[in-house]
Design a protein around this ligand. Structure first.
Ligand code: ADP
Ligand code: MG
Length: 235
């Protein structure tokens, strides 16, 4: 079940889009590994949180009105010290105020800069005929430009998970490419199955996006998450 307090708050505020922090809380409860992410409401909080988290850190705009955080100038990666964190805070706020003057801003989300891995995407959307379907693909141009993705209908079997990873054209990239570490395929299969279970048990979720997930030789980690709820309260 979804965490009631987050759900209630979203319903009260009449929004169907959960923030990165809220979305990560949910998927984390389902056993899906995510970068621990905290909200800073002021520059001062951002600076003190960055010291707690440990450098380098990542800062992102936290606003339920902004879906694409990096397109709006709302993501700063690899910040190495408090000066950079302070500057990043000002730059993010400026860019959002210019681009989205109406957006309600909660603050910035703060997390550790994850080490690079192969970027993959797991998503769920609802098909008019088939209901919830899970999507898998490799991050970046493979998904965005080449639409190199695979789909299966929820609930997925272990075999579905195995097949959908192997059938994307980018599969070879998961086996190590130009010195990049290979991805652990069994842990990606597990992750896909966990997402399937999670959305199956929570029909009030309309859309889910884990984009990107960094795949490593010993596991996988989602660094961004986005959940959209169904309109109806019963959902
Ligand atoms: P959005 O999808 O809303 O633009 P993301 O949170 O996905 O924003 O961030 C944009 C990109 O920044 C990601 O695709 C990823 O490459 C990188 N990124 C985000 N968070 C982290 C992190 N914690 N560590 C390393 N890279 C990150
Ligand atoms: Mg993203």
């Amino acid at each position: 079940m979804l965490d009631d307090s987050i759900l209630k708050q979203a319903r009260q505020q009449k929004r169907t889009q959960l923030t990165e922090i809220e979305s990560k809380e949910f998927v984390k409860e389902a056993g899906i590994p995510v970068t621990e992410t905290k909200l800073a409401r002021t520059k001062k909080e951002a600076i003190s949180l960055s010291k707690e988290i440990g450098f380098p850190v990542v800062m992102k705009i936290a606003s339920s009105d902004i879906i694409h955080k990096s397109d709006s100038g709302g993501v700063k990666l690899g910040l190495k010290n408090v000066t950079q964190v302070g500057n990043a805070y000002s730059e993010i706020m400026l860019s959002i105020k210019q681009g989205f003057p109406q957006a309600k801003i909660q603050g910035v989300s703060m997390q550790k800069m994850a080490r690079p891995g192969v970027e993959v995407i797991i998503g769920m959307s609802k098909d008019a005929q088939f209901g919830p379907v899970i999507m898998f693909g490799l991050g970046g141009i493979l998904v965005e430009v080449l639409k190199d993705i695979s789909f299966r209908i929820v609930p997925l079997t272990r075999r579905d998970a195995t097949e959908m990873i192997r059938e994307v054209k980018g599969y070879e990239l998961l086996q190590g490419y130009r010195g990049q570490e290979a991805a652990n395929i069994p842990s990606l299969e597990q992750l896909i199955l966990k997402v399937s279970q999670f959305v199956d048990q929570n029909p009030q979720i309309k859309e889910l996006d884990l984009n990107p997930i960094f795949a490593y030789k010993d596991g996988a980690l989602a660094v961004d998450a986005r959940i959209i709820l169904e309109e109806s309260v019963e959902g």
